[in-house]
Design a protein. Structure first.
Length: 517
């Protein structure tokens, strides 16, 4: 018996044998230990030591004993929870066999095994599996979004490069070149952002520290950012500052964060002002902020605004990575970033960094965002959401283009120029309003748009007119996404980058009067 007890203690396995009716019997010390009880010579305690077993599990054991002596099941194999004195849950596995010796005599053999370690390992494995599944989903989602974001500027680059050969007007050529240059810089910026994320996540990202005059840097940001303002409807100014401020930090990366926040403010503000600045806090950290009077954020959008490719009604982001990278860079500086916002009143993005934070010097690259988009914005201001003027416009059919990005709309307009009356909607809500007002002959519908996406806009339009031809024009190019689009009520699908011949061919399937060729 001593040898058996020693083996049981080593294996964390307890053993007991008793009559479940009379309670006569015995048990090893490990059996009691697994149940968080103290071994006793009183035989009656052998069957009555389940006080530390979780109430639900204890009821299962006691019910089994009661039923087994009255003709029920004679075997039980369960995992039960033991509440330890420290409040921690321990797991044991319980095996019970009840043999009927005679009509009045029963013999129960019970073994219990401490399986807490394996349970912990199981929990760790489940956690690792869930994390792996989450990472796999994030990776797939990231690739899908990257594909979409790359195709968006690529659509304009490929499309307008192709259209250059069909125009001899110098002014029109220069307009196309400006759009190509702007989208080329957008693409380079996106690639730079992707590289930055990859370096940060693989711990290969380095910061190049030097002594930085913060006021001089902020004045430089102010001047560069003013070039990005679409017109005089928005003012931008560098406000709060210290008389002098020099800190040891990576100048280019700090500029990148502040510039990203200002660009974000410009995108979300149509009329009003943008102010930015910094001040010293009592803990010797620097507090930087960018405040705008733009559309603001809904409460449910705020927790997700720093996620990759976050796209909200208030912020129609073009790359979808700027705020995410800003957060990562601030954290590399040892700081924190956050936002305060009220819908239709504006937002304040702010971050703090410790002024004494230092890191080993090394080299890094930084792609400076171009200001050529200012020219595109000015062109957009001159566009009107009415049928394009044509000498024979009354005989031409009307196509409504739902597209929030100007260069993508401009490309489609150029491809269809002279063949149709062209109208533009900048979001899903405006698309429905213009559809109801003008009753176009066909709609070219983008999928990802602010306020309401193209799928929901299409569903609502089809409820009013199931025969309205709607073609999806989107950067979502994967086969699964194409099936999803077609299953959502669209009549056809065109993947970006768009080619003129394919576009006209698709339109001719639904508009049969033959103006297009």
């Amino acid at each position: 018996m001593h040898l058996f007890s020693s083996i049981g203690e080593f294996a964390k396995t307890g053993y007991a044998k008793f009559n479940p009716k009379t309670l006569d019997g015995y048990a090893t010390e490990t059996w009691f230990k697994n149940l968080e009880e103290t071994q006793t010579d009183e035989i009656s305690n052998v069957a009555l030591v389940y006080n530390k077993v979780h109430p639900q599990d204890r009821d299962l054991i006691l019910s089994f004993y009661f039923n087994s002596t009255r003709g029920g099941d004679k075997k039980l194999d369960i995992q039960v929870r033991i509440i330890s004195p420290l409040g921690k849950t321990k797991w044991i596995r319980v095996f019970i066999i009840v043999d009927e010796i005679s009509s009045d005599v029963f013999e129960a053999t019970e073994m219990n095994i401490d399986i807490s370690d394996s349970k912990d390992n199981e929990a760790d494995l489940i956690k690792e599996r869930n994390n792996a599944q989450k990472l796999s989903f994030q990776k797939s989602n990231f690739i899908t979004n990257i594909s979409h974001e790359i195709r968006t500027p690529l659509n304009a680059i490929v499309g307008f490069s192709n259209m250059l050969q069909y125009t001899n007007e110098e002014k029109e050529k220069q307009s196309y070149i400006n759009i190509i240059n702007s989208n080329t810089n957008m693409l380079l910026k996106l690639i730079g952002d992707i590289i930055d994320i990859s370096k940060i996540e693989t711990n290969t990202f380095n910061l190049e520290y030097s002594n930085v005059d913060i006021n001089q840097m902020m004045f430089e940001i102010e001047q560069l950012s003013k070039f990005r303002l679409p017109d005089n409807s928005i003012s931008l100014s560098f406000e709060d500052r210290l008389p002098e401020c020099n800190i040891y930090i990576d100048r280019e990366r700090l500029m990148q964060v502040i510039t990203n926040l200002i660009n974000n403010a410009i995108k979300s503000t149509e009329v009003g002002r943008i102010e930015f600045g910094y001040r010293l806090k009592r803990d010797n950290s620097l507090y930087f902020y960018v405040t705008d009077t733009g559309r603001g954020l809904k409460p449910e959008e705020i927790p997700h605004i720093f996620e990759r490719f976050a796209k909200t009604d208030g912020i129609a982001q073009k790359a979808g990575l700027e705020l995410s990278i800003s957060k990562m860079l601030v954290e590399c500086f040892g700081g924190k970033i956050d936002v305060k916002s009220d819908i239709n009143k504006g937002s304040t993005f702010y971050f703090t960094i410790p002024t004494g934070f230092k890191q080993q010097k090394s080299s890094s690259e930084y792609i400076i965002d171009s200001t050529i988009e200012k020219q595109i914005d000015k062109i957009e201001k001159q566009e009107i959401s009415k049928p394009t003027a044509n000498t024979d416009s009354e005989s031409l059919q009307t196509i409504l283009i739902a597209e929030d990005i100007f260069s993508n709309y401009k490309l489609l307009q150029v491809m269809l120029k002279g063949k149709y009356n062209i109208m533009r909607a900048k979001d899903g809500v405006e698309t429905i309003e213009m559809y109801r007002k003008h009753k176009p002959d066909l709609i070219l519908m983008d999928i990802k748009m602010p306020k309401m996406d193209g799928i929901e806009a299409t569903r609502l339009i089809k409820l009013e007119d199931a025969n309205m031809p709607i073609i999806a024009v989107t950067a979502n190019a994967f086969e699964s996404e194409k099936r999803n689009v077609l299953n959502s009520g669209f009549d056809d699908y065109i993947a970006k980058p768009v080619f003129s011949g394919i576009l006209i061919k698709k339109i001719n399937k639904f508009i049969r009067k033959g103006q297009a060729s």
